[in-house]
Write a protein that binds this ligand. Structure first.
Ligand SMILES: [Zn+2]
Length: 496
């Protein structure tokens, strides 16, 4: 059996400045895809699943980049055409596994995945089974689902199960091939915008539990293969933004099952209202926790400046509040994205002092540049390997420095990324256990590592493109009523 593997993945924050161009994408072709074996990503999982099941993986093209602004039309067309060309050259194949995100937006194309999947379906004909893995932050539609035989969104946020979902997708392709049958997909749309919400406990964890229980309950009776809960990606202005339940089944009642689970999500919507602390409130709360005997370190995550949701990563709101609170050597910030400051610090050299204008370069929303005197303490090439989420995957943060500003250790990186694990700290000689307060920029992925490191986690929701307050964004492309923007939004009127 031959399974073709490929995809184009992007989480598009339509509120972010500028277009995402083809040069921004990391594009793997052919055998390059196979070298991701052993990485706990959707791609690495797909390659390893084919090896484990003794089927032939036929690698096509895989494109991915950090969440950012709308994809330039030409960039998408170039990648999609190459993917289709490589698919045509791969014949004969017995199944296609697409690795998608679900929240892609192209200039002039509001549903990238629907366009891509339908173009592929037209090219290969009706017979070939096609299944796809997704990020749970996708905004997916029935139009796309109609062209697929399987939908597998990661269950967890942090997305620690992407590779496992690829294994399940390959298993479904093998089952369809060996038993000559076809599953189908139903998507039911829930008109609610969920702020970034972890599934490691809390309301997200409770809802995921209900989804998995319903999947188990329906599996035998209704031939259900999978139930996926798409939280959706609220930081995008498209008509189909929201939350969704997707069901893959061999039976006929996929839509009814999806609707039942969707009703449970809708009924729980009030539990998803976020608590938004300002930078100052978060610092105060962190210090109070430490005062009350909570073990160090207290981690403050600046959720609203999360590169993993399209923010610049150069915001200064939380850093400024920590300096103003006089935390000094009790705290470390890991990290701010600012290639200019890194270059200046490297030119000055370890041991030197220089005046820096740190961060705040991208826009006015994430805080003004911070002017300060800084000592250069350490330099790293920023080439890391991830240890928790995406375990085994290389991460290149570009050149990095550790500065000391007003006694506080501040790590600065050259390339946009959120903080996933301890590696960016270790690269510049920082042991987080020695600090009372550890600050970082991430919404939830950091929890995969820091749940075992932090004495407590406090979330700061400063002004930023990934704020928990999803109602602050202007929505010109969404005509329907969405909770919590509209408290009178209705689920179940047939349109969802
Ligand atoms: Zn995601």
């Amino acid at each position: 059996m031959r399974i073709a593997i490929g995809g184009i993945e992007h989480e598009t924050n339509t509120y972010a400045q500028g277009y995402t161009e083809i040069g921004d994408f990391m594009i793997r072709r052919g055998a390059q895809l196979l070298r991701t074996s052993g990485q706990e990503s959707n791609l690495g999982g797909a390659v390893d699943a084919c090896v484990a099941r003794d089927v032939t993986a036929v690698p096509l093209l895989h494109a991915w980049t950090q969440p950012s602004g709308t994809i330039a039309r030409q960039a998408y067309e170039t990648m999609a055409e190459e993917l289709l060309d490589r698919l045509a050259d791969a014949a004969p194949i017995d199944g296609l596994l697409l690795l998608l995100h679900g929240a892609g937006v192209v200039d002039g194309l509001e549903d990238m995945e629907a366009d891509l999947v339908m173009r592929i379906r037209r090219a290969v004909g009706e017979e070939l089974p096609i299944v796809a893995t997704f990020d749970l932050h996708g905004n997916v539609t029935q139009a796309m689902a109609d062209a697929l035989q399987g939908i597998f969104a990661c269950h967890h946020y942090p997305h620690v199960d992407l590779h496992e979902r690829s294994h399940e997708a390959v298993d479904l392709l093998i089952d369809m091939y060996e038993n000559n049958r076809r599953s189908r997909c139903s998507v039911v749309d829930v008109p609610m915008l969920i702020p970034t919400t972890t599934t490691f406990g809390g309301p997200g964890g409770a809802m995921l539990q209900r989804v998995l229980e319903s999947e188990a309950a329906e599996r035998d009776a209704a031939q259900v293969v999978d139930v996926s809960w798409f939280h959706g990606f609220p930081y995008t202005d498209v008509p189909h933004v929201g939350s969704m339940i997707a069901v893959t089944t061999y039976g006929d009642d996929g839509e009814q099952i999806a609707r039942r689970v969707a009703e449970t999500l809708w009924a729980a919507r009030d539990s998803f209202r976020p608590e938004s602390l300002s930078a100052e409130e978060a610092v105060t709360q962190a210090l109070a926790l430490r005062e009350a005997g909570t073990p160090a370190p207290i981690v403050i995550n600046e959720t609203s400046d999360n590169c993993g949701g399209g923010s610049p990563g150069d915001g200064t709101h939380l850093l400024r509040a920590m300096l103003d609170a006089g935390l000094g050597a009790r705290a470390v910030f890991g990290f701010v994205v600012d290639p200019q400051t890194v270059a200046d610090a490297i030119a000055a050299g370890v041991g030197a002092s220089l005046d820096v204008t740190l961060g705040g370069r991208t826009d006015d929303l994430h805080g003004a540049p911070l002017a300060a005197r800084a000592d250069v303490r350490a330099i790293s090439d920023g080439r890391l390997v991830m240890t928790h989420m995406f375990r085994g995957t290389p991460l290149n943060l570009g050149p990095m420095v550790r500065l000391t500003i007003e006694g506080m250790d501040v790590i600065v990186a050259s390339r946009r990324s959120q903080t996933f694990d301890l590696e960016p700290f270790l690269a510049v000689g920082v042991d987080v256990a020695r600090y009372d307060v550890v600050a970082l920029k991430s919404s939830n992925h950091f929890r995969a590592c820091f749940k075992d490191v932090a004495g407590a986690i406090v979330t700061a929701d400063t002004p930023g493109l990934c704020t928990l307050q999803v109602e602050v964004f202007e929505r010109q492309r969404t005509a329907r009523r969405l909770w919590p923007l509209h408290e009178d939004a209705v689920f179940g009127d047939g349109k969802g």
